[in-house]
Design a protein around this ligand. Structure first.
Ligand code: SF4
Length: 328
């Protein structure tokens, strides 16, 4: 078994803890260009995906203890007020957790933060693996084109999904949620990321997935191939070994470690493999009349946030910039 214990049948402990700041600027990896803001209402995630990038480094508590940032809505208001007269192009929720993980059903922190963004007219994009977001269907729908919801859906094979993302909803629940949001006119995307070599990359699997996404009515589909980090590889290898999926292990070894390509802490797969898989997905997507790519955040008009009304010269302070390396 892997050194990094990641699976557990226990429900994670939840701990309420106030935060001091919430909002961060972010840029895409390799770019210093300002790209918007992000925040995380929770720290840690109950979904327990084996490949999770958001652990950044191996922190066992990430899956076992979820910090509920109980004062997040107040801190968000204060952070936005500090931005003063600067434009807020976009807020992205969330870069390092799932803001609609099961605990959101109990605490409603994300909902209260969304209400604040809406009061200020700020556009936002949410990425989630959850169907808990259905609770807030009307809230998002009333915001029209200033809101985009992206589901992260890696496979519609329920058995495989249960293995790699054990606490996420059944794929049919996600497709149902997509259908509901689309019917209410919300701009909807699906991110097929990560595609895991030897596990979710079979052409037939991808074709069924894209077909199901098209059937649910999504506007956009984006995709990405797994990036490995030492801790991610240990968790994934442990899972594959325990499931006897030795061919997948061999394929991953061959793609990532024969001629290793490094990007910061990550190993990237053989680039020809990546190009071929992504090109295949792109063709599937386009041939079904959907747009290929992550919904363009720039399509949202910047909002010179009414936060400027709250502006106070004395408290003007730039939020820290973080580099968003992944859309999980
Ligand atoms: S990949 Fe996303 S949904 Fe899965 S455990 Fe990590 S933060 Fe949660």
């Amino acid at each position: 078994m892997a050194r990094y214990r990641w699976w557990s049948a226990e429900v994670p402990e939840s701990v309420k803890k106030p935060c001091r700041t919430l909002l961060h600027r972010f840029a895409e990896a390799g770019s210093s260009e300002y790209y918007g803001f992000t925040f995380n209402p929770y720290k840690g995630c109950a979904h327990r995906c084996v490949y999770c990038y958001a652990t950044y480094e191996w922190t066992p508590e990430f899956y076992d203890k979820v910090i509920v940032k109980s004062n997040a809505p107040d801190v968000l208001s204060a952070d936005l007020a500090r931005l003063g007269r600067r434009a807020v192009e976009e807020v992205f929720m969330a870069s390092a957790t799932d803001c609609y993980q099961p605990l959101e059903g109990r605490y409603g922190i994300t909902r209260r933060c969304v209400e604040i963004l809406q009061r200020l007219g700020i556009p936002y994009t949410i990425i989630t693996k959850s169907s808990t977001i259905i609770r807030d269907l009307e809230l998002h729908a009333r915001y029209g084109e200033r809101c985009t919801i992206v589901w992260s859906l890696t496979t519609i094979d329920a058995r495989v999904k249960r293995l790699i993302e054990p606490n996420t909803p059944h794929p049919e629940s996600i497709l149902y949620a997509i259908r509901l949001f689309r019917r209410r006119g919300v701009r909807v995307g699906v991110n097929i990321d990560p595609i895991i070599p030897g596990v979710t990359d079979e052409p037939e699997m991808l074709e069924k997935l894209v077909e199901a996404i098209a059937g649910a009515g999504a506007d956009y589909v984006s995709a990405g191939v797994l990036k490995l980090r030492d801790d991610i590889w240990d968790r994934l290898r442990g899972l594959l070994e325990s499931g006897g999926m030795l061919e997948a292990i061999a394929k991953i070894r061959q793609l990532y470690f024969t001629k290793p390509i490094r990007q910061a802490y990550y190993y990237l797969p053989d680039q020809e493999y990546t190009r071929a898989v992504l090109h295949f997905v792109e063709r599937l997507v386009r041939s079904r009349g959907m747009l290929y790519g992550f919904p363009d955040m720039e399509e949202h008009q910047p909002c010179y946030a009414r936060a400027s009304e709250l502006y106070s010269e004395g408290s003007a302070k730039k939020p820290a910039q973080v580099v968003l390396t992944v859309f999980y």
